[in-house]
Unconditional design. Structure first.
Length: 117
């Protein structure tokens, strides 16, 4: 399984951005996918995950109500829609895949999100 996150960029506070995680490999469609972020000098944070079917989505409290995770298995793609962005959301965002949200073994390169005026 190979993953690639994309869609990062510069956005103003209060703005929105949608990140994309594109996967390849036979197993990707059967795996849960999680989103993480890491800001400079900070530990990596888990944000949330979606099951292989898209039927169950989990969010950490820090992003609940602002971020939405969805997936389109026909396109081998998982999305992270981010609304109401704050400067503290600035980080490199990563996606990871695995059998469940506690076992995400496959990682892609991250995409940088900068929230600034």
């Amino acid at each position: 399984v190979q993953l690639q996150a994309s869609g990062g960029g510069l956005v103003q506070p209060g703005g929105s951005l949608t990140l994309t995680c594109t996967g390849s490999g036979r197993r990707f469609g059967g795996y849960s996918v999680g989103w993480f972020r890491q800001a400079p000098g900070r530990y990596r944070e888990f944000l949330g995950s979606v099951t292989w079917s898209g039927g169950s989505v989990y969010y950490e409290d820090r992003v609940k109500g602002r971020f939405t995770i969805s997936r389109d298995n026909l396109k081998n793609t998982v999305y992270l829609q981010m609304n109401g962005l704050k400067p503290e959301d600035s980080a490199v965002y990563y996606c990871a895949a695995g059998p469940d949200r506690h076992t995400l073994d496959y990682w892609g390169h991250g995409t940088l999100v900068t929230v600034s005026s």
